[in-house]
Design a protein around this ligand. Structure first.
Ligand code: M6R
Length: 615
């Protein structure tokens, strides 16, 4: 959470900083700020969005050749101008710092620095970094060494950028547990939390590793390893050509990123499945060169994830058990990491994450390793993410950048990937005869088209949105593999429309939640034409008999009668194994349209951020 940009060039870098912050706003958007070296350190900060900062920059005609900037998701200290980054230390050498992450020993460091006479102007952990660097600068002959010394005294995960008033010709950046990359331009050098922030300026990126510290000048840069405060030798990190296009992060004809990302799903799934769509068979190599060996020893799966990615894991459990005959446990990462679970060496640990940066998922994956799980696999949308780097096997969902805080295309591409994983494991366990494998491949091949036709129901869903927007609560019901889809629908609705929504396995209704049902509580039901339909229908009757109003998403061939209190939207086709993927679409559309009616900030819902990099 929080986005960082740094720039040093032969031109005015303020537009680069602002563009970068706009791209990084998905990481946090409660306050923003920048420091420019121009006749000393000029700092501008605002509570609220980057657009507010942009106004201030325009009013003050701020410009300069070097600067650092930040968009914040508050952890320590309320969102306010006073707590917005950059933070300064002005006692001796004047320096400015922007920071993404959390400094865990900030309280103790704050006391120590206060005893040394440093005065704190904010409630943030970041200000500790600024004063600590200033303190260490007294004993060092360079900012680089002072930063190296300081980070050895800090505990936690962070990425920082630092600039010094008396040496405006350089920026120092460091990374430990939070993403940071360098962008190498023709007229200058840059740093940012992710590549999207720099795409308009350069495509040449250097991904820093944990423990790296780098110095940027307008015409050169150097990366060093830093261990225990000792600055190591200069190291060579490869330069990558980013293949992201700026289209991928532009809104194009859409009003919101969430809308764009919902409608991108056919293409996102097609990209994710590209290697499979032309194949006659699915091979373990899709998950990495060691996959065949590891999968042949796999006796079960443990899936670790958060939020929407956790829901994808819950769907996969049904597939893995039913199709591959493998036991599967799915755990919320933040819970797993603090339990004492019994590990089995040959239970493959699967981390699912759009960002690959979610702190709880990363920690849970590492914890599983320490408990004795031998192998792990990442299903992730970000190639250079921490999750991808720390796992033995990996499958990259190729959804393209997901900017809207509410996850949409990441979810459906995760599901497509998990179905592939299931298919590979089933095949290796002789649970999938060739004709069945061929039918799964055929279904996957058809998936982009099926998603496209499912999106056509948007106008019907939109018609329901006004009625939902007037409600304060909603219940989502599903059974079997569609129960996690109900959970995902409820999460989408609450996240962006702020309507309280709960999901229940519909068989659970009479064990409690039925007491809530009245005409003020819309009940959304996912009703595919599967073997649980008759059970689900009985559950829906229980709702109907108590005056509840039902909103049913059914398959084309689901027999459900409509009435005043039972509204039905039918999906274009009956999708069989892919049904959970298709049934996700109307729920995303419902949440989106209800949020539009309510006038909430669809892409940046209150209190949330896209990548949850703190615990
Ligand atoms: O990047 P990740 O997939 O690890 O993120 C996990 C959750 O934070 C994320 O899915 C969150 O629940 C979304 N905002 C839901 O729309």
């Amino acid at each position: 959470m929080c986005g960082i940009v740094g720039a040093i060039a032969e031109k005015n870098i303020v537009p680069v900083l602002l563009d970068g912050l706009f791209s990084l706003e998905y990481r946090g958007y409660d306050s923003a700020g920048l420091v420019i070296t121009s006749n000393g350190l000029q700092r501008l900060r605002t509570a609220g969005r980057v657009a507010e900062l942009e106004k201030k920059v325009a009013e003050q005609k701020t410009n300069g050749f070097a600067g650092i900037a930040h968009t914040r998701w508050a952890t320590h200290g309320e969102p306010s101008e006073r707590n917005a980054h950059p933070h300064l230390s002005s006692r001796e050498s004047k320096i400015a710092v922007v920071h993404n992450g959390i400094i865990e020993n900030h309280e103790i460091m704050r006391k120590r620095l206060q005893n040394e006479g440093f005065q704190f102007d904010s409630d943030t952990d970041t200000e500790v970094i600024a004063h600590l660097i200033a303190f260490n600068l007294r004993k060092s002959d360079s900012l680089l060494k002072a930063v190296s010394q300081s980070i050895s005294e800090l505990q936690g995960a962070y990425a920082i950028a630092v600039i010094e008033e008396s040496h405006p010709e350089r920026i120092v950046v460091a990374r430990n547990g939070a993403p940071l990359l360098l962008g190498l331009g023709e007229d200058g050098n840059y740093a940012a939390s992710d590549a999207s922030a720099l795409l308009k300026t350069t495509r040449n990126m250097v991904y820093l590793e944990d423990g790296d510290i780098a110095e940027l000048y307008k015409d050169h840069y150097a990366v060093y390893e830093c261990k225990n405060g000792i600055l190591g030798p200069e190291i060579n990190r490869p330069v990558h050509q980013s293949d992201l296009t700026s289209d991928a992060i532009d809104l194009g004809p859409y009003d919101h990123f969430m809308q764009k990302e919902i409608f991108e799903q056919p293409g996102a799934v097609a990209n994710t499945l590209e290697m499979v769509l032309n194949a006659q068979a699915i091979s373990p190599g899709l998950f990495g060169s060691a996959a065949e060996k590891i999968f042949s020893q796999t006796k079960g799966l443990l899936i670790l994830a958060c939020g929407t990615s956790y829901h994808a894991g819950l769907v996969a459990r049904y597939w893995l058990e039913t199709i591959a005959g493998l036991p599967c446990t799915v755990e919320i990462a933040s819970e797993y990491r603090y339990r004492n679970p019994i590990a089995d060496a040959h239970t493959l640990v699967v981390g699912i994450s759009q960002s690959g940066e979610t702190a709880d998922t990363l920690a849970a994956m590492s914890y599983a390793k320490t408990l004795g799980h031998l192998h792990n696999l990442a299903i992730c949308n970000v190639a250079e993410s921490a999750l991808i780097r720390q796992t033995d096997l990996r499958f990259l969902t190729r959804a393209g950048p997901e900017i809207g805080v509410a996850s949409t295309k990441a979810f459906t591409t995760q599901l497509a990937s998990l179905l592939l994983l299931t298919t590979v494991l089933a095949k290796m366990r002789n649970k999938l005869p060739p004709e069945k494998e061929a039918s799964v491949i055929a279904a996957l091949r058809h998936l982009p088209a099926a998603l496209q036709s499912t999106l056509q129901i948007e106008p019907e869903v939109q018609e329901w949105s006004q009625r939902f927007s007037e409600k304060r609560h909603a219940l989502f019901l599903g059974r079997g593999v569609h129960y996690p889809i109900a959970m995902e629908g409820a999460l989408k609705l609450k996240e962006i429309s702020y309507i309280h929504a709960e999901a229940y396995a519909s068989g659970e209704l009479k064990h409690g939640p039925l007491a809530l049902v009245d005409k003020e509580m819309p009940v959304v039901a996912i009703a595919p034409n599967d073997q649980l339909l008759s059970k689900l229908k009985s559950n829906l009757q229980e709702v109907h008999a108590r005056g509840g109003e039902l909103y049913v998403f059914a398959d084309a061939d689901t027999q459900i009668e409509e009435s005043d209190q039972i509204h039905v939207i039918r999906l274009a086709e009956h999708a069989g194994i892919l049904s959970p993927i298709l049934h996700t679409i109307p729920l995303q559309l419902l949440a989106y349209h209800v949020a539009l009616v309510k006038g909430t900030d669809v892409d940046k819902p209150r209190n949330l951020a896209k990548a949850v990099t703190v615990e």
